[in-house]
Design a protein. Structure first.
Length: 131
């Protein structure tokens, strides 16, 4: 399925349809030295048509920390997608917490959603997942 569960193994994220590349960044000043375990680490996975998923990889499990959608083939939430109007976004997400002409920020209980607009239409969406 194309559903993004909050935690999977890194292999499961790599197995998602459209996976193209990944970038690994070690956290907590960890280095690749043999005597240092390189976990947790941040892994940014890129997929075709503008999907980027950032996960915290603990080895056995990886948890999504951010999703960025900048392609129309990826559904975002409640029928929203890249190309939706600001009016459609607010009909689904309500009034934004803050924002301006080119962006809106929505805050849920654990997630923060940033919507970027170009000419009044959604150009990209970033979702930061809280714990």
């Amino acid at each position: 399925s194309n559903e993004l569960a909050p935690s999977k193994t890194l292999e499961e994220f790599r197995a998602q349809a459209g996976f193209e590349s990944e970038d690994v960044q070690l956290l907590n000043g960890n280095t690749e030295a043999k005597d240092v375990k390189p976990y947790p680490r941040q892994v940014t996975l890129k997929y075709r048509d503008g999907l980027r998923i950032r996960v915290l990889d603990y080895g056995q499990q990886a948890f999504i920390s951010q999703i960025r959608v900048a392609g129309a083939s990826w559904p975002i939430h409640g029928g929203l997608k890249v190309g939706s109007t600001r009016k459609e976004v607010e009909a689904v997400l309500g009034k934004p917490k803050r924002g301006g002409a080119s962006y809106s920020v929505f805050e849920g209980e654990t997630d923060v959603i940033r919507v970027m607009y170009t000419d009044g239409k959604v150009a990209a969406v970033e979702i930061d997942r809280g714990s």
